[in-house]
Design a protein around this ligand. Structure first.
Ligand SMILES: [Cu+2]
Length: 126
């Protein structure tokens, strides 16, 4: 009986952890990666998650070192699409520090947000 209870408790714990981990959209990788120092302006921004993302609540904001927001247009997911990846083309960026704030909603309805940072060490040639 004690063994049965122990097994049951272990089972519930495992299921609980699995659903917590699977549910939300966690960032798996990005280009540029967090903390990257680049010697040229990256052509696009890519964020990959462990879960499908709902389109309408996807927010991606690029902020320059001066605190100014640089407008971005999402390539994917497009309206009505679900995707594990978010991409946005980037304008030619000057040397400096950049932050990317993201907020996404997984298909389970849970929102996650975070910040990525990268640095560009060389300004584009004129
Ligand atoms: Cu969730």
């Amino acid at each position: 009986m004690r063994l049965l209870l122990f097994s049951l408790a272990l089972f519930l714990l495992t299921v609980g952890m699995a659903s917590a981990a699977l549910g939300h959209a966690q960032l798996i990788e990005s280009t540029p990666s967090n903390g990257a120092v680049l010697d040229e302006s990256p052509p696009q921004l890519t964020l990959r998650f462990n879960s499908l993302i709902e389109t309408p609540l996807t927010r991606l904001v690029l902020i320059g070192g001066d605190g100014r927001e640089i407008p971005l247009t999402l390539d994917t997911p497009q309206a009505g699409e679900r995707s594990e990846m978010i991409t946005a083309p980037l304008p030619l960026l000057e040397a400096g520090r950049y932050r990317v704030r993201y907020r996404v909603m997984a298909t389970d309805g849970h929102a996650t947000s975070g910040v990525l940072r990268f640095t560009i060490s060389v300004s584009p040639a004129q």
